[in-house]
Design a protein around this ligand. Structure first.
Ligand SMILES: [Zn+2]
Length: 264
């Protein structure tokens, strides 16, 4: 297949696809769309690896989401999965100060501990991180704390890199990630919300990835319905539109950026 797009973040292993997963995966192949299937806990990471094993154009990321509060996960279990040749990243992991009912110091400490262990795992396995950072309403708190932890880790692991997935920060936060060698990625939210236009124009094209986070946030035309990785085509087109750049140039750049980050 001629690879035209890579969805840098999707959850094709979720049960929402149990009825038609193979059909979607075939459509992806027909349209030259590859995807990184991202784990959120150990079980979903295993399923991501299984899918990647079965399909040439699917890759996997293994990790534990910050809101996963089930038992403290075993880093060795993640490490065992991370060694699979189709695993291209560690995550999604990071800090979420929006979703938990109570975000007190102990909750923040719990999330930071889980994130820090995954930063070390990524660094030691020489894999990029897929970062989930969601600040509390009206703030950039989670971004500041994520950036602080990454800056600290860069001291010990200068080659550490990754992607700030579903980026909702502003130009300052984007610039801070880029200075650390990270990319920022955007979903189909940009097809119906204008809040991200400024940051999309502010960052260098070489530091942007396109993703869907499917089954979440379908593009404008299918808003509210289940999303799928084919929507990465709409996201790429919208990035070009917002930046006022040639769609084909942008498509090629997004593809090259994603290949470079994940070593695909
Ligand atoms: Zn996700």
């Amino acid at each position: 297949m001629e690879l035209r797009y890579i969805d840098a973040h999707c959850h094709l292993q979720f049960e929402q696809y149990d009825d038609d997963r193979e059909e979607i995966i075939e459509q992806m192949q027909a349209q030259g769309v590859a995807g990184v299937v991202v784990g959120c806990d150990l079980e979903l990471s295993k399923k991501a690896v299984e899918l990647a094993e079965q399909h040439e154009h699917l890759y996997a990321s293994v990790g534990v989401h910050p809101t996963d509060t089930s038992e403290r996960f075993d880093t060795d279990d993640l490490l065992a999965l991370a060694k699979h040749p189709k695993v291209v990243a560690i995550g999604e992991c990071g800090l979420d100060f929006f979703r938990p009912a109570v975000v007190d110091e102990s909750e923040k400490a719990r999330q930071k501990e889980a994130f820090s262990r995954q930063i070390i795992l990524a660094a030691e396995q020489e894999l990029p991180l897929i970062i989930h950072a969601r600040p509390s309403k009206g703030t950039m708190d989670a971004y500041h704390d994520v950036l602080e932890l990454l800056t600290e880790a860069k001291g010990a692991y200068p080659d550490l890199r990754g992607d700030a997935h579903f980026f909702v920060g502003g130009p300052d936060e984007a610039a801070a990630f880029i200075a650390l060698g990270f990319t920022v990625s955007f979903t189909a939210v940009i097809t119906f919300a204008r809040d991200y236009d400024e940051v999309i124009r502010a960052v260098p094209l070489a530091s942007i990835l396109a993703e869907t986070d499917s089954p979440y946030v379908a593009p404008l035309a299918r808003r509210g319905k289940r999303n799928d990785p084919l929507a990465v085509i709409d996201v790429a087109a919208k990035i070009a539109d917002i930046r006022g750049e040639d769609p084909e140039t942008v498509r090629r750049a997004l593809l090259a950026n994603t290949k470079r980050l994940f070593g695909i």
